[in-house]
Ligand binder design. Sequence first.
Ligand code: FAS
Ligand code: PHB
Length: 385
Amino acid sequence: MRAQVVIVGAGPAGLMLARLLELAGIDAVILERKSADYVLGRIRAGVLEQGTMDLMDRARAGQRMHAEGLIHQGVELSFDGDSQRIDFAALIDRHVMVYGQTEVTRDLMAARQARTIYEAEDVQLHDFDGKPFVTYRQNGLTHRIDCDFIAGCDGYHGVSRASVPAQSLTTFERIYPFGWLGVLVDQPPVAHELIYAHHARGFALCSQRSPTRSRYYVQVPADEKVENWSDARFWDELRIRLNPATAEALQTGASIEKSIAPLRSFVAEPLRFGKLFLAGDAAHIVPPTGAKGLNLAMSDVAALADALIEFFGENSAAGIDGYSAKVLSRIWKAERFSWWMTSLLHTFPETGAFGRRIQRAEFDYLAGSAAAQQSLAENYTGLPL
Ligand code: FAS
Ligand code: PHB
C-alpha cells in the first residue's frame, strides 16, 4: 500500500491532521492501535480555544459544536474562600467554548472519508531519514505502507517519539507530586462558568460538558488509587474545597466515569526528524490546569497541515523546514501558562509557609490588577496561532 502521509494515532491531533489533508486532496492514512469505541471512551479535555473552534469549522466538522457547545465569557478563580472572576469579554473581547474532547473526536471521525485503520498492532516506523515506510500487524498479517511523510500523533506513550534515536532528541520534563481525580456526573453544573479553586487541602475544579452533565476534579497525591475513592468521599472532599455557597449548591450523583490523571510538563525538541514529524501529546504534555493540552495539539497539526499542503501543492519545503521552530515557540508559551496556573492553584507542601504566602500574594496581585487579569485571559482563551 502507498500513501502520501501516514499518521500514527487517531486521537484529536491525528484525526484533525488527516481531515485537513483530505480536504486539500492529500492522501493520508491513519493507523490507530485501539478501536474507535475505545478512543471515544476516553474522557479528557473540555475547553476549546477560538483557534480550535476555527479549525473545526475549517475541517467542516463544527456543526454540532456550534449547536451544542457552551460559549463561556469568563472563569472564576477562588483562593481560600476569596473569589475573582476573569471576564474574558470585557478584558480582551474573546471567549472559549465548553465542548468535550470526546465530542470533538466523534465529529472528526464522522467527517473523515478516507482510511483509518483501527486496531493496528505493533506499528513500526522505518527509514524516516530516507524513504519512509510504516509496518503494522492486523489479523496476524504484517502490512507495509510506503509514504512520503510520517506524522507521529500517537500521544505521550506512542511509538513515534520512541522511534527517534535518543541522541537526536532533547526532552524537558517536570513531574508534579500530585494528580487529578476526575468525576463525570449527570447533574447540572454547580455554576454557569468554570471554577478553579485553591484550598489548603488541595486544588479543585468545577467544569461541565452540557447543561445536564458536569465534570469535577480534586487534586490527589501522585500515588493515589481511584479505588480508594467512593463517590461519597469524592463529593465530601469537593465540598470542603469549594466556597460554602458553591458547596451548598452542588448537585451530586453516581459517577459515570472516575479516573486519576497524572500531571507533568514535558517537551521534546526538535519535532522533525527527516520525514517524521511529531505533533500533539507525542511532542508535549501540559498539566490540564490551563486547558491547553487538546488546544495545543490542534495548533500543532494546523501548522503541520499547512506545511504539508504547501509542500505537495507548491513543491516548497519552507513550511516543513520551519515547522519545528514555529510550533515550539507556541508550545513553550502554553507550557509556561499551564505551569503558572498549576503553581498558583495547587498545594505544594514541600514549599512550606513561604510558598503559600507567595501563592496568596500572586492571587491578591491578580485580583487587584486588570493587566494581570488581561494576561491570564489572553493565555487562557488562546494565543494567536
Ligand atoms: P492522544 O493521546 O489523545 O491520542 C493518541 C492516539 O494514538 C491514541 O488514540 C492512542 O491509542 C494512539 N496510539 C498510541 N500509541 C500508538 C501506537 N503505537 N500505534 C498506533 N496508535 C497509537 N487536556 C486538556 O486540555 N484538559 C484536560 O482536562 C485533559 N485531561 C486529560 C486527562 C488524561 C488522562 C490525559 C492522558 C490527557 C488529558 N488532557 C487534557 C490532554 C489531552 O486532552 C491531550 O492533550 C489530547 O488528547 C492530545 O491529543 P493527541 O495528541 O491526539 O493524543
Ligand atoms: C474539563 O472540563 O475536563 C477541564 C476543563 C478545564 C481544565 C481542565 C479540564 O483546565
